[in-house]
Design a protein around this ligand. Structure first.
Ligand code: ADP
Ligand code: MG
Length: 257
């Protein structure tokens, strides 16, 4: 089975006048791995997730997802790939305000026949309810509520169910726990893990809360913008190449292999 994620010599800048937002020589993740991405604000965590999801493509290097070179695809191919294979939990959840809880969860199935079938096709609403129940949103009162009437913690669970429905191989989560207290964070992450383990879903989870890192298989730490700039010089032979890739807090070998 190919790696779930393979990044090689990637450099990405938002425009020609900006410095690199992401510079990564190598990063691999196997199917089912749970990766924690840490780093200070502005270190490129969200940009890295955009590269993994094919929202943007690097100026240099390649991003290969599930053995498919997403960085070489056309925008339409990337949209299709993302819809079929990637669940995304946004930091602000991005729920659709005029849809109910269940309608929000089943929304990705409108864009992917594959995920629609995986979620049971015409009975996908039952799968949405199963996921919501598993994530602690089982109260039938809530299921057909407008999402605007939910608490932040409840919105987060809806966003997670929406990302998980139809069993995408890759789940990307961008600081989804930032507005929860510590106890709720851990229990939410454990619920995500349970869903991911069942499907062998690869999880890429971003947070600036490094206390959460120990729950994950592996941590990748992105250097601050200032360090990254130094790292770019190192690539020209001024230092160890290892220091300019994301510096893993744990298990450095896996990241650099
Ligand atoms: P993080 O998620 O770690 O806080 P980001 O990936 O959001 O970091 O940002 C990395 C760098 O890229 C920052 O300097 C930020 O200002 C810049 N950046 C992020 N998004 C955009 C964008 N859409 N357009 C231009 N610059 C951006
Ligand atoms: Mg961010």
């Amino acid at each position: 089975m190919p790696n779930a994620i393979t990044i090689k010599n990637v450099e990405f800048r938002w425009s020609a006048k900006h410095p690199n937002a992401v510079a990564i020589e190598q990063l691999n993740a196997e199917a089912g791995e749970r990766l924690f991405v840490a780093g200070p604000s502005g270190s490129g965590k969200s940009t890295l997730l955009s590269l993994l999801a094919g929202v943007v493509t690097p100026q240099q290097g390649s991003v290969t997802m599930l053995g498919r070179p997403i960085s070489q695809m056309t925008p339409a191919q990337r949209d299709h790939f993302r819809a079929d294979h990637i669940g995304y939990i946004f930091q602000m959840f991005n729920l659709v305000s005029y849809l109910t809880v269940v309608e929000n969860v089943t929304l990705p199935l409108r864009f992917s026949k594959k995920r629609w079938k995986m979620a049971g096709g015409h009975s996908a609403a039952s799968e949405a309810i199963r996921l919501l129940e598993h994530l602690g949103m089982g109260d039938p009162e809530l299921l057909h509520h407008p999402v605007t009437e939910l608490s932040v913690g409840q919105q987060q669970r809806v966003a997670a169910a929406r990302a998980l429905i139809g069993q995408p191989e890759i789940l990307i989560a961008d600081e989804p726990t930032s507005s929860l207290d510590a106890d709720n964070r851990e229990s939410f992450i454990n619920l995500l893990f349970q869903e991911c383990a069942g499907q062998k879903t690869t999880l890429v989870f971003v947070s600036h809360d490094v206390a959460l890192a120990e729950m994950f298989d592996r941590t990748v730490e992105l250097p601050s913008a200032a360090m990254r700039d130094v790292g770019c010089e190192m690539r020209d032979g001024l230092g160890h190449p290892e220091t300019r890739i994301p510096i893993p807090v744990s298990a450095q070998k896996e990241v650099t292999k």
